[in-house]
Design a protein around this ligand. Structure first.
Ligand SMILES: Cc1ncc(COP(=O)(O)O)c(C=O)c1O
Length: 442
């Protein structure tokens, strides 16, 4: 019997009278048939208010790398809460967390903390502009860097407003944005090193930084083509631009040194969020000492009442120790389980004639639902993704999965956590088989 969501429906209805549009983050409204209300979680399992149990691959949009409610983390937060929740001042804990980051990430010579990656992006861009005395930042279509005015330029333009292949437009998906913010960006297509060179040359001497998701996880799950990251590094060196790696998703998921260790590159600044705090509001900017010079001198303002909050630091210290203790065995195991899940989903989809195409390095992957007549094979960039992925059909399949107790992210992304076991993957595939059969029958 597919899951029912009666209580979630009732709560969502009730929320309309107090919470604007019933949710506290716009994308949560995408959940079909209703934004779910949860009661508790344990490991990779989540339990909603209707008593439905899910094998969770959404895992807090990637933050819950260690599973839901790990006992050690709960103890660490509780112990800190008894000593104080907030001092707006220094603690030895903040040095301990910073020193761990230095040991784990080779480019992390200096560190600053914030409460969300959105804030860290703003800090990084401000630093880059001050560092170079230039105003432009180059970013890539489909790459997401938080929801602020600056982070969302060029994120997901509709096809009729893409602009040419050579000159992608710089649109912002939100109203109310300061219009001049758009003028501070140059947008390029991902995974085309020659195009990137031309784009940089067009604005040579005016670009302060290139910011990117090293594995593009916010549009499909698209690894860099050979030469892409190398070209970013080379151009940044050539023109004295800062290379800013946004590892909000990749950091720690890809192992202690994040994507930069996994793929082998050295950025000037790195944005860390999500798994650094295991679900508490914590984020960090790390990078080369010279890139932090303007914060060190005080010429760039970086502030925040809750920065380096001790509750978040206690959680982060616990999380980082979990990653350190596992070393490289952690990405290896998540990759193995993720690859098994991808292969299992593909086989099940093929047997039901569902054109599902999983793509990604396993520990995170995306399931594209190919449009009728769309080519198969790896999706390479944002435009390719929009042209081939049938989002409404995927949403229907995702609903069938949810009704059988498998929870993927609304836009088709899946995360494997340290709490997923082989048995969880096997069970998820049994559930997915039921979901796919129902989808194929409908
Ligand atoms: C790559 C990337 N950068 C920045 C952010 C913003 O993070 P936050 O929502 O914690 O502000 C996100 C969030 O999903 C992200 O995926």
């Amino acid at each position: 019997m597919p899951y029912q969501f009666q209580k979630s429906h009732e709560l969502f209805q009730r929320a309309q009278s107090s919470i604007a549009a019933g949710v506290n983050s716009g994308i949560r409204k995408m959940e079909v048939p209703v934004p779910l209300y949860f009661d508790h979680g344990k490991g990779c399992r989540l339990f909603d208010v209707d008593g439905n149990e899910y094998i969770d691959f959404q895992i807090g949009q990637g933050a819950i790398l260690y599973g839901h409610a790990p006992a050690g983390m709960a103890d660490a937060i509780a112990a800190q809460a008894k000593k104080g929740t907030h001092w707006a001042a220094q603690s030895e804990l903040e040095i301990e967390v910073a020193e761990r980051l230095q040991k784990m990430i080779p480019s992390a010579e200096r560190v600053r903390f914030n409460n969300s990656a959105t804030e860290v992006v703003l800090t990084a861009l401000r630093l880059a502009r001050s560092h170079t005395g230039r105003k432009l930042v180059l970013k890539f279509e489909g790459h997401y860097h938080g929801w602020a005015d600056e982070g969302l330029v060029g994120f997901a333009p509709p096809p009729d407003k893409w602009g040419s292949e050579d000159e992608p437009t710089r649109l912002h998906p939100s109203q109310g944005v300061i219009p001049e913010v758009l003028d501070q960006f140059v947008v390029a297509r991902w995974n085309d090193p020659d195009h990137l060179r031309r784009r940089v040359d067009q604005f040579r001497g005016q670009i302060a930084a290139i910011i990117f998701e090293p594995v593009l996880c916010n549009t499909g799950c698209i690894p860099p083509v050979p030469g892409m990251i190398e070209t970013i590094r080379e151009l940044c060196n050539r023109d004295n631009m800062l290379m800013i790696s946004d590892e909000t998703i990749c950091g720690f998921r890809f192992g202690p040194g994040g994507a930069q260790e996994f793929l082998g590159f050295s950025p000037d600044l790195t944005i860390l969020g999500k798994a650094i705090g295991g679900g508490v509001p914590f984020a960090a900017l790390v990078g080369k000492e010279k890139s932090f010079a303007k914060i060190i001198s005080g010429e760039v303002v970086h502030a925040g009442t809750l920065n380096a909050n001790p509750l978040c630091l206690a959680a982060a210290k616990w999380c980082l120790d979990e990653v350190i203790v596992r070393g490289q065995s952690h990405p290896a195991e998540c990759i193995r389980l993720g690859n098994k899940m991808m292969a299992g989903l593909k086989a099940l989809a093929d047997s039901c004639s569902i054109p599902l195409q999983p793509q990604g390095p396993g520990l995170v992957f995306h399931t594209a639902m190919l449009k009728e007549g769309a080519a198969t094979g790896p999706i390479k960039d944002y435009r390719d993704y929009v042209q081939r992925h049938d989002a409404p059909r995927w949403a229907k399949l995702r609903r069938c999965l949810l009704e059988e107790g498998v929870r993927a992210i609304e836009r088709g992304l899946w995360f494997v956590s340290l709490a997923h076991s082989e048995a969880d993957i096997d069970e998820a595939l049994v559930r997915a088989e039921r979901a796919f059969a129902r989808f194929a029958e409908a």
